[in-house]
Design a protein around this ligand. Structure first.
Ligand code: NIG
Ligand code: FE
Length: 378
């Protein structure tokens, strides 16, 4: 057992309970868990000591939605969008081709690079989806590699129907529910479906999620990104942990969400990078919906590895308060992954900690684009 004291904390944000802000604070963790939080003047002895130099200390970010394993890029799609082209799901096939052609080593080292960027930006837990393989062999390779880095792995074989099945989408859905699911199940905790225009219908998504659940996978869903396409109703009906994007919502859907245990995960990087209208978070909070923020890191619609940047967008363009955005990027992400051991700095939580070099966490939104992180512990 080895203990570490972090002292001289100007502002400690524990999220335990609510925001849980302490000034002139200290914190002790032993091995991997927080064991003491309080005033720095009353801090116990520990084996080693970290001086936060008056900076803020916050929980590590929990990124509950990424498509971080892929090959190639989609720079040309981005450039076309900046020239006025609209984002559409069809671009996914470009990444599928590059991913199928990549070697296992290439995929692993590419993922590793993205993960180093995540951790450099304070992300201490991340989910990774498949979805750029879309055949049995490549989907299982992606999930097997992702599992080397995180337990939060998600099977997204139902991302789009690949071109070789364009004339027979039924056969593809059967493949996803059958042989593909069987092959990926050992490496997958979650199952997700892109339920939207140009991807999968509500009926198809229901069928695929139910098949995954019957194999012991837990469900989450991409919904309401490109239109009001029924994903939210389905996520609530099936009691899924999270429905992600929620760019287009009605008041009735927000009522459904607030009466359910399903978290609404907002992904401002996607609106930013596809130049789409941002949803207004005030509506979600007014309805009492539980909200998470995530990067959606992927080459097509949100090539973003920085949660501080996501928080800045959420505050500036989605009308989150800085407090709401910080909670959504930590505790909210943990809720979306149905985890209680991360996303806060209460006693017993994992010692996943960010030390900022600023006196208040609000600088994350106030001073975007600067590196405000002096240390990440995880
Ligand atoms: O979350 N919406 C579906 N999937 C990704 C985009 C994938 C892509 O364009 O490559 C997303 O935005
Ligand atoms: Fe996504």
């Amino acid at each position: 057992m080895s203990s570490t004291l972090i002292t001289n904390i100007g502002q400690l944000v524990t999220h335990d309970p609510e925001l849980g802000i302490l000034h002139d604070a200290a914190l002790v963790y032993e091995d991997e868990k927080i064991c003491w939080v309080g005033a720095k003047s009353t801090a116990p002895q520990a084996d080693s000591r970290i001086d936060a130099e008056g900076g803020s200390v916050i929980p590590g970010f929990v990124d509950s939605h990424t498509h971080a394993i892929f090959a190639g890029d989609r720079l040309n799609d981005f450039l076309a969008r900046m020239n006025g082209t609209r984002y559409a799901s069809g671009g996914i096939s470009t990444t599928v081709e590059a991913t199928r052609n990549a070697s296992e080593d290439e995929l692993r080292s590419h993922l590793q690079n993205i993960i180093s960027e995540f951790t450099g930006h304070g992300i201490t837990t991340f989910e990774v989806k498949s979805g750029y393989g879309l055949d049995v062999e490549t989907e299982s390779r992606l999930l097997r590699i992702a599992r080397e880095f995180t337990n939060e792995t998600t099977f997204l074989g139902a991302h789009v129907v690949p071109s070789e099945f364009k004339e027979d989408r039924r056969a593809y859905i059967d493949l996803v529910k059958g042989e593909m699911l069987e092959a990926v199940a050992p490496y997958s905790k979650w199952i997700d479906v892109f339920c939207d225009n140009g991807a999968f219908s509500v009926e198809e998504a229901r069928e695929i999620i139910l098949a995954g659940q019957s194999k012991g996978l837990l469900g989450r869903l991409h919904g309401n990104q490109l239109g009001d396409t029924g994903g939210i109703e389905l996520a609530v009906e099936l009691g899924l942990a999270s429905v992600d994007h929620c760019t287009f919502t009605t008041d009735h859907q927000l009522d459904l969400l607030s009466a359910s245990s399903t978290v609404a995960t907002l992904l401002p990087g996607a609106e930013f990078s596809t130049r789409s209208p941002f949803p207004d978070a005030r509506r979600f909070y007014d309805h009492g919906v539980r909200v998470a923020l995530a990067t959606d890191c992927n080459p097509g619609s949100s090539f973003i590895t920085s949660m501080p940047f996501v928080i800045a967008l959420a505050v500036r363009d989605m009308f989150f308060t800085p407090e709401q955005a910080l909670v959504a990027a930590t505790k909210g992400g943990a809720d979306a992954l149905r985890r209680t051991d991360i996303g806060h700095l209460g006693i017993g939580a994992r010692a996943d900690i960010i030390i900022l070099n600023t006196p208040s966490f609000e600088y994350i939104a106030y001073k975007p684009g600067s590196n405000l992180i002096s240390r990440v512990i995880y």
